[in-house]
Each structure stands twice: as C-alpha cells, then as structure tokens.
Design a protein around this ligand. Structure first.
Ligand SMILES: CSC[C@@H](O)[C@@H](O)C(=O)COP(=O)(O)O
Length: 346
C-alpha cells in the first residue's frame, strides 16, 4: 500500500493506493481511496485484508481522516469519531485497533507525524515478518525429521503472505523461508471462505515464488493430514489471547484438531501486534459474522434454497492447547506445552 500526497495531475486529494485483493489472480489492479467511507468499504469488502495489512491500512486511515477533516471543515469531535469508525471496520483482527490507536496518538503533532508513525508500522511489520520466517523455519526443521534433510510438505489456510501483511508474510513467510532453504516439497493451500483467499491469493503468491503447491477444498484438509501427506500445518492469526487461544480464518480449528490427532505440529505465525494480552481467553474474542449471501450464493447466483438461512462466521478460535508452536518476531513459544503468551510476552 502506498500513500500519495495530492499532486498535480494525480488525485486532487491525498490518497492511499491499495492492491485490490478481490481482483486477483486475474488482474493486478489498484484502488485509490481518498475518504474514510471508501477505506472502510475497502476493508469490509476485503479489497485489503489480512490482520497486519488492515492494521497498516488503518494507520494510514488516520491520515486520510485528517486530510478529509481539513477539506471538509470537521471539528476535533468529528475527526475522532471518523477515526473510531476506521478502528471498528472489522472486529476480530486486533492489529486494526492497535495500529489505529498507535497512529492516532500522534494526531496533535500534525499529519507529517501521523504519516511517519504509519510508515513505522509498515517497516516494523516487514522486519517482524522476516524474523518470524527465520524462527519458524529453524524450529520446524529441528522438530520435523531431525537428522534428515528431506523437504517438507506443509499445509496452510487462508492467505498470510505479502498481500496480508506489509510484505513477505507470516505463515507464508515461514514457508518462503523454508523454500529459500530448499526445504519445501509441496504446500497444500486450503481454498478458504468466503472469497477463496487461499485458492486466489495464496496460490498466486506461491506461483510468483515458484513454490510447488496444491489448492484443495477446506474440507479436504483433515483427510490430507490424517493420511500422512503433511508434515506440519502453518497458519496466521487475527488475535491471540493471553492463554494462546487463537482466532484465525474459519476452518483453522479443524486443521488444528486434525494435526493433534495425527501428532504433527500445528504452528501459528503472527507478529506480537496480533497478541492481545488484555483478552484472557478465546471466548472473549469478537468473531466477525459476515453477510449470509456469502454462503447462500456463489459468484452472485443464489445456490441455497430461497428459504435457507446462512451462517457465516469469518473466523474460529483454536484452543491454545492445540497450538504446538506460536512464532512471533521474538521467537517460538510452545503454547501447547504450557508456554503461554500471557506469561512470556509481557
Ligand atoms: C497474516 S494474515 C493472518 C490472518 O489475518 C489470516 O490468516 C486471516 O484469517 C485473514 O482473514 P481475512 O478475512 O481474509 O482478512
């Protein structure tokens, strides 16, 4: 995502340019947003998505709100209310709230300070991603097949790559690092609801990187794991409670249960900005319920009977006891073995 100050010949207002993740993999398009409403719409429609990416977009959203306040003559109360709307655009990923609050704390210093803080969020996320990649790869290679140098077969769920972050990726960052070390045989990419984030976005990123992969239905994941075709699952997170309970894309908990049954590692890779120590357990995490049409229709055509209702939680919570390893930029916690974020990440 790139911030552009108003320039002659360009947009008349400062704008935030986002890769339109709803258009991939067929076209690489950008959407320029100049207002708070446009940014919120982009976040809700998943034009920009993935916990760290919406955090970064929210940070720049504070600057967008300030620029809009100046041209529309909003007072401070209105500006604060608009920033609060950005903060609440999606409820599950804590990164959005953390980043908006961090950047909004600099509003009194002016837009240059706000932009510097938003840039710092992006820079730090990128650094965290690379650190996680190294920690996660080291841990997995020690745990899976020690003494051998065979490449691994890993399963991932949703999209956690460069698109979902400031760049590189969380779970996909670990996979990219393993690939760079010559240690990936194949990636099983779950297709992912509601917008096929795995089949469209993860697969697109894996193609760019030349990483061998299969796209599979979410419902195939448990069977693939129980048949012994996978060495480890690596996923991202939207919010991690103090006890290690992890909210991530709907379907993740089924992957974790299958890994536990098969006795293979279930790894969560997320920056510490995704760890919410103020939330004691996963029960307190607000799970976004999205529109029913996303499950009652396919490509805009009604597929379920007219009388059916849809149930469309965007995320689920995996109990910390099922998280073999939580990788952050600070290192690895073996949460399932009792190394809890609430004790270790204060
Ligand atoms: C690095 S992204 C981690 C998570 O945000 C990701 O796994 C996920 O669940 C994203 O959900 P989405 O609804 O596509 O925003």
């Amino acid at each position: 995502m790139t911030w552009t100050a108003a320039a002659a010949g360009g947009t008349p207002y400062p704008s935030l340019s986002l890769i339109d993740q709803t258009a991939l993999p067929h076209t690489l398009e950008r959407l320029d947003v100049t207002t708070v409403d446009q940014l919120i719409d982009a976040i809700v429609r998943l034009v920009v998505r993935g916990a760290p990416a919406i955090g970064a977009a929210g940070g720049y959203g504070v600057a967008l709100a300030m620029a809009q306040a100046e041209r529309e003559g909003w007072g401070r109360d209105r500006l604060d209310a608009e920033i609060a709307r950005v903060r609440a655009a999606r409820p599950t990923a804590v990164n959005l709230m953390v980043c908006v609050d961090r950047v909004a704390a600099r509003v009194d210093e002016g837009i240059t300070a706000v932009l510097a803080e938003a840039d710092a969020v992006v820079r730090e996320d990128l650094e965290a991603n690379h650190a996680m990649g190294a920690h996660g790869a080291d841990w997995l290679l020690k745990r899976v097949g020690p003494g051998t140098d065979r490449p691994l077969r890993v399963l991932t769920h949703c999209n956690t790559g460069a698109l979902a972050t400031a760049g590189w990726g969380t779970a996909l960052g670990v996979i990219r690092e393993l690939h760079a070390r010559g240690r990936i045989e194949a990636v099983y990419a779950d297709e992912t609801r509601p917008l096929l984030q795995g089949a469209r976005l993860t697969a697109w990123e894996l193609v760019q990187e030349g990483i061998p992969h299969y796209v599979q239905a979410d419902g195939a994941a448990a069977g693939t794991i129980l048949r012994g075709e996978v060495d480890a699952a690596i996923v991202g997170a939207d919010r991690i409670a103090a006890n290690g309970d992890t909210a991530n894309k709907v379907g993740t908990v089924a992957v974790a249960l299958a890994c536990a049954h098969a006795g293979i590692p279930f790894m969560v890779a997320a920056p510490t900005t995704t760890v919410d120590l103020a939330t004691a357990t996963g029960d307190a995490i607000h799970i976004e319920l999205r529109g029913e049409d996303e499950v009652l229709e396919w490509a805009g055509v009604r597929t379920a009977p007219a009388a059916s209702r849809g149930h469309n939680p965007a995320f689920d919570v995996t109990p910390g006891s099922l998280v073999t390893a939580l990788v952050t930029e600070r290192g690895v916690l073996e949460v399932g073995a009792g190394e809890l974020p609430g004790d270790r990440l204060k």
